[in-house]
Design a binder for this molecule. Structure first.
Ligand SMILES: Cc1cc2nc3c(=O)[nH]c(=O)nc-3n(C[C@H](O)[C@H](O)[C@H](O)COP(=O)(O)OP(=O)(O)OC[C@H]3O[C@@H](n4cnc5c(N)ncnc54)[C@H](O)[C@@H]3O)c2cc1C
Length: 376
């Protein structure tokens, strides 16, 4: 990639912030399972959270390319912190940018510029088959009455509003879904305790319940029945962010392994002198670079407003599989220390796993790829 001067500058700001402010404390927030308000506030001040939100709504006004640059750099230090900041801001801003009215953009992108929101698709009954959701939004005179339960909702405890997908026509599948902007303080909205999870513990995921929530008609995002389309277009922009988190984890795994394998000795020589170790490091470098290039490819297309559904799925799948593989090998190369909570490797491995699951599992990505590859 040939980066512009501005891109190199934001890369260096993000890198320094990741290394100085996030890396030294990431394991503490992970251990306490605490949302790092102070770190997110500093990142926001530096323009490292609302990267793709236009300046007139309070964001940095940059493109998907700068977003993946920032996301990679911060993820090198901690994806648990990155997902709650820049990655969620990217996911949350897209449906509003894609389908919002000027009033909705002013209000809700403004809320994101100052705080957080959550994206509510998944239900206890299933996440992959979005069209089978059972949440409903029933039109009664000039209002919608929202009912349903969403689960695994990232940042729900921090959110001041939710983008919620619900059926306005329960008999229909994808065309029966509409999207709504739902203020948290509305009667009938409730958020559960944090759901216990394997990794990315510095960001919460909760259940969110909507019990006869009365929504004014201005809460509808886009047109009735357009929810599925909005959700899928949103993923085209947010999957490159998941890919970038994967690149960050792979690069960190590689950097840790290079340093450790040159110093750690066995049988009288540094372990990097054993081909069984050094070839793993070579593969880690090669796969990380391939994941990075796929991520940039998807982001460049998004920045040009070109359709990137296939590229976004390629990048998300390859980069998350690479991150899981690289982190697992990094634990192995560090031997017993790799398994220790005093080294960063076991956390990388726990954090990497979710990248293969959320924003469409890697099996669902392959369903998307085949559909894109075979359409005439
Ligand atoms: C930490 C965390 C944070 C999350 N954050 C959010 C969020 O902010 N908002 C949100 O809406 N959701 C969120 N999710 C939910 C996530 O997107 C879903 O878990 C995911 O989409 C999978 O859905 P599911 O868990 O219901 O699995 P299921 O859909 O039940 O799938 C189970 C398994 O079957 C496989 N499978 C299903 N269908 C097919 C098929 N057609 N072909 C091949 N294999 C198939 C899947 O790949 C998976 O391996 C989060 C999840 C977690 C764990």
């Amino acid at each position: 990639m040939n980066f512009s001067k501005e891109q190199l500058m934001i890369k260096s700001v993000a890198r320094e912030f990741a290394r100085k402010e996030i890396a030294p404390v990431s394991h503490l927030y992970d251990k306490k399972e605490e949302f790092p308000h102070d770190i997110q506030a500093k990142a926001r001040e530096l323009g490292l959270i609302n990267v793709v939100i236009p300046e007139k709504y309070g964001g940095s006004g940059l493109s998907a390319v700068e977003m993946v640059i920032v996301t990679q750099e911060l993820s090198w230090a901690c994806t648990g912190i990155t997902v709650g900041g820049v990655a969620m801001s990217t996911l949350m801003s897209q449906p509003i940018l894609i389908a919002g009215t000027e009033e909705q953009k002013k209000k809700y992108l403004g809320l994101l510029a100052e705080g957080f929101g959550s994206y509510c698709v998944t239900e206890p009954g299933g996440g992959s088959d979005v069209a089978s959701m059972s949440s409903t939004a029933k039109k009664v005179k000039d209002r919608y009455i929202l009912n349903g339960q969403k689960t695994w909702i990232t940042n729900a405890q921090q959110a001041s509003f939710f983008v919620v997908f619900a059926k306005t026509d329960p008999g229909a599948r994808t065309r029966g879904i509409s999207a709504f902007l739902v203020d948290r303080e509305l009667p009938g909205v409730s958020v559960s305790k944090k759901l216990p999870k394997m990794g990315q513990k510095a960001t919460d995921a909760c259940e969110v319940n909507f019990n006869n929530v009365e929504l004014p008609s201005e809460s509808l995002l886009g047109n009735v029945g357009e929810g599925f389309k909005i959700a899928m277009k949103t993923f085209d922009h947010s999957r490159p962010a998941v890919a970038a988190m994967g690149v960050g984890i792979s690069q960190r795994s590689l950097d840790e392994c290079i340093g450790y394998s040159k110093e750690r000795e066995a049988f009288g020589k540094p372990i990097i002198d054993f081909q069984g170790v050094s070839f793993k490091i070579a593969d880690m470098g090669m796969r990380t670079q391939a994941a990075r290039l796929l991520t940039y490819d998807a982001a460049v297309k998004a920045a040009r407003d070109e359709r990137n559904t296939l590229e976004a799925s390629y990048a998300k799948t390859f980069a998350s599989d690479t991150a899981m593989w690289a982190a697992t090998e990094a634990v192995q190369i560090h031997g017993g220390y790799g398994y220790s909570e005093e080294y960063p490797l076991e956390k990388l491995m726990r954090d990497a796993k979710i990248l293969q699951i959320y924003e469409g599992t890697n099996e669902i990505q392959r369903v998307v790829m085949v559909k894109e590859l075979t359409k005439s």
